[in-house]
Structures are given as structure tokens and as C-alpha cells.
Design a protein around this ligand. Structure first.
Ligand code: BGC
Length: 386
């Protein structure tokens, strides 16, 4: 396991900008602010809203109830200048038409299920096959394309937006009505905390995650290959050509997958390696060290020029590190920016891909009467010493 000392780049130093105070104040007092406004309409004519939450340190987060998408995260760099550090679109139309899950809540099952099927209690369930012969990220219309109910909540930890969605029995082939609740909290510690909860009325599988693409230099900057990444994982789950895990838990030691000490993402991405070839770069699940179920630091990323640092904490056993390999410049996002190869990276905290077909992996089974819950925290800071 990587030494924890190696994980600390520098002490946190976020400057107070107070820009968030420009947002309309609601019932919440102090420099924190929350504002709800109309975001637009889906192509089906459903109205969707946008919440803007700001904290006292100048961190601002926008969330829409279309897909529960994190539309923007503005955070200061080491000299106090703010930038939006997630890829996305300016308007709802972009997210509907052309989005590889930018910022979205992914479900009912994040990541792939081989051949789009699994067997549970003797019954085989056939799911939508939307990634070659496999099922990916909940199917053709997953949680990322649903319109969620959304409300604000005052929380002791900070401002919170709560999203609720009922995924109906049979949706995309999954059994059982699933009631999902996802709460985004912006804390005064500059964290975006995501609490996922779900219940079901029939046995089913659940694996929820968030698919934000980060570029800590700013969404409109070039690629993320210079970002220094640490992942606290001794092993990863190698895949076949279709990106389905083989079932092996392979040590990262001596491979380009070893991020136990901070290493630039681009340092080894072009090495001759079968796993990198299958993923066209990094597109792999890491077996996180530490105890799943307890919230622990699992990853850290530093962008050297801006000094922005992202830390990821989670209760999950795995994280998909995706280096934005399939972005090819054809998607024009915010401000008409063409997002080219590796314009952003994702750290999708999760259970392992294809767990419903892999009895040796931690289970994703949810039965009636059981409560699904997981927590992930994205914490923002800079490397400027205080
Ligand atoms: C997957 C990639 C996929 C991307 C966008 C990631 O979570 O691992 O293979 O291309 O999502 O769909």
C-alpha cells in the first residue's frame, strides 16, 4: 500500500473569493448561497431546473435534475483565480444530444455487464445491449437521461440538493422498482459529497456512480496528461477486448497501472501494453486498498500549473479510472470548446464491472428490505502552502 505521506502534496489553502455570494440568497444565511432557476426543457417538453450552490470559500457547484448532472464546478487555483473544472454543455440540448455521460448519475448499473444479461435466483434477465454486445451504464435510457425530482435541503455539513428517481420494474430489462435518492452536499471544507441510497421491491442489482470528467486546469484547457495521479490500489481488474473483466485481480506492481505514488497520467499511457491497447488508454477498474464500506482517501490528482488538487474519498471497493480516450474533438461543449482526446478524466467510484456475472467480486445484489447506500467525496484544494 502506498505510504500515506506520499499522498499529501501540500496543505490545503483555498482563498476566499466571495463570488458565490453573487447568487440569490435563499432561506440559508451567511455567505453560503443556493439558487434555483429554470434550466430548460427536454425534447419531451419536461421542464428541468438548475441549482447553483456556493460556499464561503468561492467554490460553486451547479446541478440539474436532468440526469442529476453536475453541470459545473468552479474552484480557485493557487492564486485564487476560479475556473470551471468539469467538461459539459452550456444547455440541456447538448446533454440530451451529445454527451458521453458528462457529469451524470449513472445507473441502475454503472459500467458494463457482459452480454447484457445476468441470472438471479434462477431467472435470467436480459438487458439493453448498448455497447457492442454488452450493457453499459444502465442501458439506452439509464439514470443519466431521467428527469429526477429535486429539492434543496439544509444540512449541518453544508448546502444540499436531493434528487429522487423511481426506476420502474423492467426498465432497460432490470427486475424490480428501484427508488433511488442521490444527495449532493457542498461543504465548507470544499467538498462535493455524494450520498447514494436505494431500495427495491424485487431482487435486483444496483451500482450507482457519478461520471464527471475533470480537467483541473479548466474544462477548456487541453488534455489531462500532465495531471499527477495517485490511486491507492495494489491491484486492478484486467479486461478482455470488450472491456469486460476477466475475473483476475492483477497486481499493478511493475505495470503502467501502478499509480500508488503520484505519476503524470501521460507518463506511461502510450507504452506497449495489452491492457492499455484494449482500453485505448486507461479505462480500468482499480481494486481499492482499505476497507470497503468505510469512507477513505482512495485517489488524489494534482494539476501542476494551476496547483488545483482533487482528492477522492469513497466507501466503494472500486474506482474506474477513465482517461477520456474516446473523446475525439467531435463534441463541442461549453463555450463551443471541442473536447479532444484526453480532455478530461473520470474517477468513477463503484463496485467492479460485471459483478452480477462474477461471483468472486463484491456483490451488487439488492433485495427487498435491504438498504443500498454508498458515499463518495470529491474534495478540492490547492498545493499552495498556507
Ligand atoms: C467507460 C468507457 C466509456 C465512457 C463513456 C466510461 O465509464 O469505462 O469505456 O467510453 O464511460 O461512455
Amino acid at each position: 500500500m502506498a505510504s500515506r505521506n506520499a499522498l499529501i502534496f501540500a496543505s490545503l489553502a483555498i482563498v476566499t473569493l466571495g463570488s458565490a455570494a453573487a447568487c440569490q440568497q435563499s432561506s440559508l444565511s451567511g455567505p453560503r448561497s443556493i439558487d434555483r432557476r429554470t434550466y430548460g426543457e427536454t425534447s419531451n417538453g419536461e421542464a428541468v431546473d438548475l441549482y447553483t450552490m456556493g460556499n464561503a470559500n468561492g467554490v460553486e457547484v451547479q446541478i440539474t435534475n436532468y440526469g442529476g448532472i453536475v453541470v459545473s464546478i468552479s474552484a480557485p487555483d493557487r492564486s485564487g483565480a476560479s475556473a470551471d473544472i468539469v467538461l459539459g454543455h452550456d444547455a440541456i440540448e447538448g446533454y440530451e444530444k451529445d454527451s458521453p455521460y458528462f457529469g451524470a448519475i449513472v445507473g441502475r448499473y454503472g459500467n458494463r455487464i457482459a452480454n447484457g444479461q445476468f441470472t438471479l435466483d434462477g431467472a435470467t434477465h436480459r438487458l439493453a445491449r448498448n455497447n457492442g454486445q454488452n450493457h453499459l451504464h444502465g442501458g439506452l435510457k439509464g439514470f443519466d437521461k431521467a428527469v429526477w425530482q429535486m429539492s434543496e435541503r439544509e444540512d449541518p455539513n453544508g448546502l444540499a440538493v436531493e434528487l429522487r428517481y423511481r426506476s420502474k420494474d423492467g426498465e432497460e430489462g432490470y427486475p424490480g422498482n428501484v427508488d433511488a435518492t442521490v444527495t449532493y452536499t457542498l461543504t465548507e471544507q470544499n467538498e462535493l459529497r455524494i450520498d447514494y441510497a436505494a431500495t427495491t421491491d424485487k431482487p435486483t442489482v444496483v451500482n450507482l456512480t457519478n461520471h464527471s470528467y475533470f480537467n483541473l486546469a479548466g474544462h477548456a484547457q487541453e488534455d489531462i496528461l500532465g495531471h499527477e495521479l495517485m490511486i491507492d490500489a495494489d491491484r486492478f481488474t484486467p479486461v478482455d477486448e470488450g472491456l469486460i473483466p476477466t475475473g483476475e485481480l492483477r497486481p499493478v506492481d511493475g505495470t503502467p497501472f501502478d499509480f500508488r505514488t503520484p505519476t503524470p497520467i501521460g507518463a506511461r499511457i502510450n507504452e506497449k501494453d495489452q491492457q492499455l491497447a484494449f482500453g485505448t488508454g486507461y479505462d480500468h477498474n482499480y481494486v481499492l486498498n482499505g476497507k470497503a464500506g468505510s469512507l477513505r482517501l482512495v485517489a488524489q490528482v494534482r494539476e501542476p500549473r494551476s496547483g488545483r488538487v482533487l482528492e477522492v474519498l469513497t466507501t466503494e471497493p472500486g474506482v474506474q479510472f477513465y482517461s477520456g480516450n474516446f473523446l475525439d474533438g467531435t463534441i463541442r461543449g461549453k463555450g463551443a470548446k471541442a473536447y479532444g482526446p484526453r480532455a478530461g478524466f473520470c474517477l468513477e467510484t463503484q463496485h467492479f464491472p460485471d459483478s452480477p456475472n462474477k461471483p468472486t467480486f463484491p456483490t451488487t445484489l439488492l433485495r427487498p428490505g435491504q438498504q443500498y447506500w454508498t458515499t463518495t467525496v470529491y474534495r478540492f484544494s490547492t498545493d499552495r502552502s498556507s
